[in-house]
Design a protein around this ligand. Sequence first.
Ligand SMILES: [Zn+2]
Length: 239
Amino acid sequence: MAISPLSKNILGLFLKKVCPSCGCSLEDGELLCTWCKLRIDRCSEAHWSSTGAPVLNPSDHMEAGVAGVPVYSAVLYRGLPGEIVVRLKFKGGKHLARAAAGMIMHYSMKLPAPGDVLVPVPAGRKRKRERGYNQAALLTAKLASLSGCRSHDILKKDDSPSQVGLSPSQRRENVAGVFHMNGRYRVPEGANIWLVDDVATTCSTIDSAAGVLLDSGAMSVTGLTLAYRKRTTDSIIHR
Ligand SMILES: [Zn+2]
């Protein structure tokens, strides 16, 4: 049923905008409330997908013999972002994808330019069936609408055990060779691709997926995640 502009105005009086994280009321145009924003720390460095080491000079892809692609994370995992990731990923909090995408747009040191292509890091079939959705795909869709970029679901992933609780070298081994081009899809010609995921820890998932896109003709690949989680200081979620 269509809602007339007048009813919309009247509804607006009753439907106050609320913070998607804590539910308190929001000022117009605000993504999260002031209190929630206080629990967010910006991530001030990018990381190489090949080693997880910080990127010293983003324009230097040959930096100290490091291969791989740069991975930009908007915020640190600790505090609110970690809670948002857990709710989005494990507790059915699909509505938080928009706030997560908004956080990327607001906090990331680098963002996709118009004409760039966003590609979600895919989930394995089994995981997607259990969860009912792929949080990286939801995040990518919201990010596409906020950034004006196109998004293409051109990768697929074999089922592999969870990365949770694995050492950095086990993580790399666990995701080696699990990504493939999705059936009939191709990498758009000359495209700068941004691989989007919720969290980067060792960056090994993005490294493995980026390899497939580069082998399939991508001009450049950059990783983009909501949160960066340091393995040494942040606890690992056991689920
Ligand atoms: Zn809040």
